[in-house]
Design a protein around this ligand. Sequence first.
Ligand SMILES: [Zn+2]
Length: 256
Amino acid sequence: MTPDRLDRFARHIVLPEVGGAGQVRLAGAHVVLVGMGGIGNPALQYLAGAGIGALTLIDDDVIEASNLQRQTLFMPADMGRAKAHVAAEWAARFDPVLKVVPQVVRIGADNANGLLTGADVVLDGSDNFATRLAVADACVRLGVPLTSAALGRFQGQVANFAGHLPDEACYRCFVGDAFDATDCDTCADLGVLGAMVGMVGAFAAMQALRVVLAGASTLGDPQWGRLQLIDGLAPSMRALRIAKDPACRTCGGLSQ
Ligand SMILES: [Zn+2]
């Protein structure tokens, strides 16, 4: 690492749980973010801040006035522009060393393989089940770990999945098959507090960093299948263990 990179990441490197080896791992990692909305915004900020070397930002949506209450990278002047482009421009200004690629496309079963190939981890902060399941299924096929983050009102859910491994659950083991056709925008229906998505998005970045650091430093414990339920009203956080479903149509055939 060059002296200016050592300076930039000094507060990481001094942490025994990250260290120099961890920082080198982060610099060599490629994270794909699905959804540049309320969860994707803070997740991008903290992943870019952490020095993740390559970031792909996938979102086909444009910025609207009602996004500004929680999607803190976006300014009023950005309204009507693609979220992925504006977020990528922010990242390029924030750290010109990072490789950031915006993808203004809707990810689905037809194109997920191509968009996610080569990722070290996919962080899904999208807002509907159809996208989530398409992304999760592709991650299992490709052998790519998934950090899944979602929220409804004041309840957040964040977990790392590795359904490609024989004994670990995938996202479909957790939610089942009932939601492939649903395409609901929960924020529009139910309302959402900006600080709550910030908390969930920042926590999702933390969990994705655990995946990237696996084998490089002690923070690298991915805690596969451990779903963290975040109650923003109480506030509190508790963990549930998601078991692999032997009958799961995505990963069940992979169990031993
Ligand atoms: Zn599964």
